[in-house]
Design a protein around this ligand. Structure first.
Ligand code: PMV
Length: 315
């Protein structure tokens, strides 16, 4: 048997502008994860069992552009005959995928499943892969399904460290000077990042000068936030979160539900709050003093959050 798991993630600053080359900050969220196990099976063929998405199927019955099939075909380009003889018990394999990361909610579920699946398959086949190789393959998968992703999701999830991400630049992790606490609130609304990214592109196409300036503002916010986090001055990043949220509202990627949660968090004493990820639905984040985390979480639920997570980002 081989197994691997990968964490979820949140974008602290810079979503959308990151697609246009500005920096963004993201951190792993270890309370949620995707887990993949590969077992020898007495059945012939490659079988996939992913109860969270209600999928129990043989690989060859999936369309070749199915996200899971795309990854598996990289390792088994000729799945027939199946990888017989690897195990002692039978002829084929069963790939079990369990994820506690909500789908299409900005917590990186797709990238986490890809990364865990890549690591489990490479370990099963005895092909060791570096983080760089895992990340490159996960990015290729993201591209085949999301159009023009920046690559921030697969990067933060592969390295499982805070990253200061600039598209096309070498990976840069950053230090957390002092632990800080974030409350994550889920609107429960699934939203397609690809659509929000497409709508921002329409705005940008119509007035590039205006949006390039806005993206510069977002990039500056991300840079300042990185410096403050590194210095342990997390109390000072709440205001930057509020500014970033206002810019995301201008990009039309917030929603009434997200705004309600963001306002609920601020009223309950959060230092700042913003949507996180593609927007339109999915999750928002609030920066809090640790002793206020429970109160903010309660207030998010009152404001309509379907679920909340309190997470501490450690040095
Ligand atoms: O919705 P998520 O968590 O996958 O985040 C997408 C972040 C965007 O900046 C909106 C898109 C991207 O590819 O970076």
């Amino acid at each position: 048997m081989s197994s691997a798991s990968a964490p979820g993630k949140i974008i602290l600053f810079g979503e959308h502008a990151v697609v246009y080359g500005r920096p963004a900050l993201a951190v792993p969220v270890t309370q949620v994860h995707a887990n993949v196990e590969i077992l020898d099976s007495p059945k012939n063929g490659i079988w996939i069992d992913a109860p969270d998405i209600d999928l129990h199927a043989e690989l060859k019955s999936l369309p070749s552009d199915h996200p899971l099939a795309t990854v598996i075909h990289k390792f088994f380009p000729h799945p027939n005959p199946p990888p017989a003889g690897r195990g002692t018990t039978g002829e084929g394999i069963e790939i079990k995928i369990i994820s506690t990361i909500p789908v299409a909610s900005g917590l990186g579920s797709g990238a986490a499943v890809s990364v865990a699946l890549i690591r489990a398959l490479s370990s099963y086949l005895g092909q060791s892969m570096t983080n760089e190789q895992v990340n490159a393959l996960a990015y290729e998968i993201e591209k085949s399904h999301h159009g023009t992703p920046s690559g921030i999701d697969n990067t933060v999830i592969t390295y499982a460290k805070p990253v200061f991400f600039i598209k096309g630049h070498p990976i840069e992790t950053f230090k957390v000077g002092r632990p800080f606490t974030i409350v994550i609130g889920d609107t429960g609304i699934s939203a397609l990042t690809k659509e929000a990214v497409g709508d921002v592109r329409v705005l940008w196409d119509a007035d590039k000068a205006r949006w390039e300036k806005k993206f510069d503002e977002v990039g500056e916010i991300a840079k300042q936030a990185k410096e403050r986090i590194e210095n342990g001055e997390w109390e000072l990043i709440g205001d930057l979160m509020n500014q970033n949220h206002a810019l995301l509202q201008e990009m039309t990627v917030s929603s009434p539900e997200l705004d309600r949660l963001v306002n609920g968090a601020r009223k309950a004493g959060a230092l700042g709050a913003k949507l996180s990820g593609g927007g339109r639905g999915g999750n928002m984040i609030a920066m809090v003093e640790p002793e206020k985390a429970e109160a903010v979480s309660g207030s998010l639920k009152e404001a309509g959050a379907k679920n909340t997570i309190i997470t501490t980002i450690n040095p």
